[in-house]
Design a protein. Structure first.
Length: 403
């Protein structure tokens, strides 16, 4: 039976939810598998994913079986599958580089990282582990702001020929130079910065598109986020937030016909509230004008368990990356990146990105440049001309952009 050999960089809350989910759905059937966008992708169900390698820098995780490490401090996400069986895979010491912010040392150990006193691997060490383990997909779960560390592991994935799923806002798939390198190497790439199933960004995008579609002029908006996990603690260092703010802001701006000025849009992490643990609370406010230039405003409060919310997307991204690898598709996967990520190489409306994902799963050819996918009355995909062409890309999947 075909399996997907997975390597993890970072065994934090997001990895915990993902690994729990792989086992949680093992005894489920398609009709009662709540929380999945796809039960099966290219013949792969969630339980066909196997963790074969993992890297972390925390002393309470390094040297432990992955099944034990996912529940070790400072992880604090929901435990919905407590009986994860031993994997036989030991968490290895990773490279620290810029992965641990200095201010994290000012907090109690149960809330922060405790860096292991162990030799850090070289690039050659990591590449060897990836190759010897048979890893096919590498998921990057490093903390926000880990620019050097993310590039280090992207280099390792390239050299090892392992598909790279970049879940954080360090720009790899959306950087033309990095994307070209993955395309030239024939290595699949999905990124950057994961969108949750129903998180603040996807909700804000949908509302922004709703305003535009219904003829409401959006004048100003904000999105404030609070949480109590290590992600929010890490982001108290505002110097690590530049790419995060860019990622979240551009994801919403892309839905507007006329982008808002910087003073009229504020989106980003706001504060760390320890007792919230992995629960994230987002507040969205949108002010606009509707018929007759009459003012209106919308306010929304969203409360979600942060890590399971992202795992529901990553579990699809992994399977699609595996399909791309089997099919010999290299470079950034445009449709999947646009649907799964906040800062993809090309922003697309979510309905169009979803259609592209379904076509990719089905193995259908992607539309020619200057063609857009749309739904006909029967709900089937059909092609419709759009007003401009998209340059052909090198090595990876490409298609038209339309709004």
């Amino acid at each position: 039976m075909r399996k997907i050999q997975l390597a993890l960089v970072g065994v934090g809350n997001c990895a915990s939810s993902l690994v729990q989910g792989i086992h949680y759905y093992r005894d489920k059937k398609p009709d009662d598998a709540i929380g999945l966008m796809h039960w099966e992708i290219g013949g792969f169900t969630p339980s066909d994913i196997e963790v074969v390698a993992a890297f972390d820098v925390d002393a309470r995780k390094v040297g432990k079986d992955v099944a034990e490490a996912i529940f070790a401090p400072p992880n604090c996400t929901a435990v919905f599958c407590p009986d994860v069986p031993k994997t036989g895979v030991t968490v290895r010491m990773g490279r620290v580089l810029d992965g641990v912010s200095e201010h994290m040392a000012d907090y109690p150990p149960e809330r922060t990282f405790v860096v292991a006193d162990a030799p850090e691997p070289t690039k050659e060490d990591v590449v060897r582990v990836l190759r010897e383990s048979g890893a096919e997909v590498l998921v990057n779960y490093l903390p926000v702001g880990s620019e050097e560390a993310t590039r280090f592991y992207a280099e390792c994935a390239l050299e090892a020929g392992v598909a790279f799923v970049n879940c954080i806002p360090v720009f790899i798939a959306s950087d033309p130079k990095w994307e070209a390198r993955f395309a030239d190497a024939g290595v699949p790439l999905i990124g950057d910065d994961i969108k949750s199933q129903v998180g603040a960004t996807i909700t804000h995008r949908v509302l922004a598109k709703l305003f535009a579609d219904r003829g409401v002029k959006l004048d100003r908006t904000y999105q404030l986020n609070f949480g109590g996990n290590t992600d929010f603690l890490n982001m108290l260092n505002r110097h690590r937030l530049k790419s995060k703010k860019i990622s979240k802001t551009e994801a919403v701006q892309a839905m507007l016909e006329q982008p808002l000025s910087a003073e009229n849009i504020h989106i980003g992490p706001s504060d760390y509230v320890p007792w919230q643990n992995d629960n994230k609370v987002a507040f969205i406010r949108m002010e606009g004008r509707l018929f007759g230039d009459v003012p209106m405003h919308l306010e929304l409060r969203l409360s979600v368990e942060d890590s399971p919310n992202s795992a529901g997307i990553v579990i699809d991204a992994i399977r699609i990356a595996k399909l791309a690898r089997e099919r010999g598709v290299g470079g950034a996967l445009i449709g999947p990146s646009a649907y799964f990520m906040k800062h993809p190489p090309r922003q697309l409306p979510d309905y169009l990105a979803r259609q592209m994902v379904e076509r990719f799963i089905a193995g259908e050819p992607e539309p020619e440049p200057a063609l857009e996918l749309s739904l006909n009355g029967d709900g089937a995909a059909e092609e419709a001309e759009v007003g401009y062409e998209v340059p052909a890309a090198r090595g990876g999947s490409r298609t038209a952009i339309a709004r």
